[in-house]
Write a protein that binds this ligand. Structure first.
Ligand code: UT7
Length: 334
């Protein structure tokens, strides 16, 4: 199938934005019954960031501006903006519209993509499809979430996990089919909907005094159930994608997993036959930033000189829905 494509979508520029305010584990020891030791050993998280003033569009705009300035790209050249997020500024308009205006992308259209923690992979597949169609040459894919806006800081099971961040990649066509987006497997299974969700605020339970009183506007998660599903889902789909593309653990330069829990990451890597040194990990610094985890890893590892042109990467995610998936791409930047 791949040989028939005339072009691949390649990542040609990257950017990121994380807010300055740091919430360390000691902060949570003061507000809920927890300990630094428990958080580190059960999740791998040491710190996460919080955006005090502003919204998801500010995280997304920060990442987009970092990308545009670093690579001296005129925003008017951007044709499509996809914002992967579960915490849009508002139900409507889409966060992509706000980013378009903020960065002056006068010639772009765009939309938001919500597949929870898998949002970035779903957006990357969609953006790559637009490039492969031959119709678009510059598609900006941004993962951004202000998770602190929907986190219940009285719930020790969940509040320690989440943080705020944004990260962006630019997709452009390449006719050198060795590089760029090679393949992906994506799935949804809505029977998992009640294990991880926000109960109120949508058309099912519109915002009211009652939904506020019942604390329905925050993340609800059955951690144990999601943990098991995530380990199986992420490991199986990554393994299947590797088999489909005749890849062994040794062929992979990096596994780039969604950063929800270090124990889920380790289990996925083990199943794929990939050692810890070949796994992108920054959960210790940022916690779970939902749509931003994977691009944030890509940007940081690339800027640290750890990812080289030609490196084979497997990106993998699992999230609410359930949604999950894995993507195979070959790094195309020098
Ligand atoms: O990104 C989208 C997908 N989300 C995920 O992938 C998250 C998946 N789930 C997880 O990462 C883990 O399930 C958690 C980190 C949420 C929880 O870790 P766990 O090892 O599954 O803990 P648990 O829920 O089995 O709880 C074990 C114990 C419980 O106490 P009891 O009932 O055994 O007395 C919890 O009440 O740990 C307790 N506990 C805590 N203790 C100290 C739960 N949260 C905390 C806490 N500090 N923050």
């Amino acid at each position: 199938m791949e040989n028939k494509k005339k072009m691949h979508a390649a990542i040609t520029a990257v950017g990121m934005f994380v807010p300055d305010k740091v919430l360390d584990n000691a902060y949570f020891e003061k507000i809920v019954d927890t300990s630094d030791e428990w958080i580190r050993t059960r999740t791998g998280i040491q710190e996460r960031r919080m955006l005090e003033n502003g919204a998801t569009s500010d995280l997304a705009t920060g990442a987009a501006k970092d990308l545009l300035t670093t690579y001296k790209i005129n925003p008017e050249e951007i044709e499509v903006i996809i914002v992967a997020t579960v915490t849009p500024d508002m139900f409507f308009p889409a966060t992509a519209c706000l980013v378009q205006d903020n960065i002056g992308a006068k010639n772009a259209w765009g939309f938001d993509m919500n597949a929870a923690c898998s949002s970035f992979l779903f957006a990357l597949q969609t953006g790559s499809g637009l490039i492969e169609s031959g119709r678009y040459k510059k598609v900006l894919v941004i993962g951004a979430d202000k998770m602190t806006s929907i986190t219940d800081y009285n719930d020790r099971n969940n509040c320690i996990l989440f943080g705020d961040a944004g990260a962006a990649v630019l997709l452009e066509p390449t006719t050198d089919l060795k590089y760029g987006f090679q393949d992906s497997l994506l799935k949804v299974d809505g029977s998992g909907r009640e294990s991880l969700y926000m109960k109120g605020g949508g058309s099912l339970n519109p915002s009211s005094h009652e939904t506020v009183d019942k604390n329905m506007h925050v993340i609800y998660q059955d951690g144990k159930v999601v943990f098991k599903a995530a380990v199986k889902g992420m490991a199986d789909i990554s393994y299947d994608l590797m088999e489909k593309n005749n890849l062994k653990g040794d062929d992979i330069a990096y596994l780039v997993p969604h950063q929800a829990n270090l124990r889920i990451i380790d289990a996925t890597a083990k199943r794929m036959g990939v050692g810890r040194e070949k796994v992108m990990i920054n959960i210790q610094k940022y916690g779970n930033t939902t749509s931003a985890t994977i691009p944030l890893c890509l940007v940081e590892y690339y800027r640290d000189g750890k990812v080289k042109k030609g490196d084979k990467l497997i990106l993998a995610a699992f999230g609410a829905g359930y949604t999950w998936g894995a993507t195979y791409l070959v790094w195309s930047m020098d």
